[in-house]
Design a protein around this ligand. Sequence first.
Ligand SMILES: [Zn+2]
Ligand SMILES: [Zn+2]
Length: 735
Amino acid sequence: MPRVLVCVAWPYANGAIHVGHVSGSILPADIFARFNRMIGNDVIMVSGSDMHGAPITVAADKEKVSPETIANRYHAINAKAIEDMGFEYDLYTSTHTRNHEEVTQDMFLRLLEKGHLERKSTPQFYCENCKRFLPDRYVEGRCPHCSYEHARGDQCDSCGKDLNADQLLDARCQICGGSPELRETEHFFLKLSDFTDALVKYGEAGSHWRPHVRAFTLNVLREGLTSRPITRDITWGVPVPVKGFESKRIYVWFDAVIGYLSASKEWAKLEGRPEEWKDYWTDSTCKGYYFLGKDNIVFHTIIWPAMLLGYEGLNLPYDVPANQFMTLEGQKFSKSMGVSIAIPDMLTKFRPDVIRFYLAANMPEMKDSEFSWEDMAARVNNELVATYGNFIHRALSFTFKNFGAIPVKGELDDRDKAGIARIAEAEKEVRDALSVCEFRRALKGVMDLAQFGNQYFDSVAPWSLVGTDKARCGTVLHVSLTICKALAVLAYPFMPFSSESIWKQLKMEGTLREVGWKGLDLPLKEGEKMDKPAPQFAKIEAEGAGEFQRYAALNLKVGKVLDVQPHPNADKLYLMKVDIGRTIAMVSGLKDFYSAEQLKAKTLIIVTNLEPATIRGVKSEGMLLAAEEGNRLALLTPEKDLEAGTQISSGMEPGQKQVTFKEFQKLDIRVGAISAVDPAVLDLGSRKVQCAVDAPEKGRKYAAFVAGEKALVMFGPDKVKIVFDSDIPVGAKVR
Ligand SMILES: [Zn+2]
Ligand SMILES: [Zn+2]
């Protein structure tokens, strides 16, 4: 029996898994593993939560709890979400186990012993105040390449370049804000160049890899491999098994890839056959498939293979079908609408098969794809419900109503025979596609068969036969139910829950999980009494995201007024200096409403990416937001004090490009009062609209973005809402 090892990228235990993790690595792995089990292969699928690394410690520092508390919390949340989604891991463990520590240290010591590790002293930032080294994101400074002010110790997020700590300019400790100093510290490095020749051979042999994976890999090899540090000056992670390194830990990327091996060993121990992991790692006929996002390719086609080559005797990955990204435009926004793309939240709204269907249909296999609620609703409603679910339900319910049992098959005519032949075609298409990890093509094969089923059902018109030729009617229904059965089998890797349910409604014996692909050949049980069928899927609502997308063009920040002077060339204007994290000059027409003295104490909301305008000879670099009605004016201000420069994102990705005044004028920002809570309704004076707002206070007036029949209350960090400095009627326009 062919063996298959399915390895899935390890999500960091610093948050709940979301649609990006599922579409990128977990779902394709599960579909592939299920398919291989169905066709009789011997499969183990392993992974778990990545408990180590800076993402965890940073989250822990923020909450002032231990890294372990954070990691355990999200490990539990994600293990549950994974189970609820029907992802069938043979083991979903974590990297914070004794077993993983042992396997990691064993790998480290073996590589050390074989001369593939070297000790090197490098300068790292050390904070005298905090008495600690500052790896990676614990230090920020100016990028030497692009002058971005918030470059991290290891990388600049603005220009994307890798940085060494000593390249960073004006470094600041992210814990205390102090200025760290560079200190020499000794670390272990993996000598990747030891493996260049073997890796080139390996990459060139990967003609079955996805083209983008192979091209990326060969390109990295062409550029040349340098030694990579595998230890860090931190206290959270796997201890370095070498004397003198007690205060250091193994770098998270090094231990995370070892997780595939340690999880396989842990699985074997738990099965009570501790040597069985070898079947998947030392038997060269076993193929290892690694599912991950494109940002992780280098770790799986170069670094992990190098480690395995250095260790000797273990299988290299056979295929690394890395996905591209599912981009989440509007994702942050959706959160503010009370809809989140975190899997535990989505599971409160949708059945797992519905989520699985959409994320498979829109999987970013060969290029990036975009997640949107509208697209999800459209595909679920038009394909899953109207085509797939509809065919199965009409065939089952018509049969139940008129026969109450699985009908007997009589003589097949050409049309029936073509229907049966179409099943064989679909089977071949789906099997071929799944064998080579082409999941979208496979799912399309399933949906095409469902569409064919509808056409067949319409063409044989059982409703016109039932009164005239019941035997013939039974035959066409028998053929229809045979197509339903094929759909249940072929869709099982994608939608296991509904497939099992259809299997039961067809009165087939056992479960699809046990029967597998052979279920295609099993005959329907003629005469078997049926139960009243229930539809598998129902239409879903688009979750309303997207309508506010145009407001994401704005980049709004909190501004504190520093200075106010009369404009030299205009009676009604002030020249203001405002701190928005940096000082900008602004011209404003507030002279009729505020004295310079009154304005000096104000905290404002500033549009920071408006095209700069020159007003009466003075350049204005920002625009404050105010609501105006008749001769009344009120300034927008946060309901709680926020620091100058704080982003008022309202849960959206703030705009990075300049906005023209004309574009700004098209936006509809208004004063609204909450007139009902749960669900929240915002009174705009002339009309009332549905409103997205966290913890609304009845009667309270807020600044809100309006889109059709919906509004979104403007808010900053910690959901601090934007209100007004004086009373202003509802419906007043903000400009
Ligand atoms: Zn940069
Ligand atoms: Zn410090």
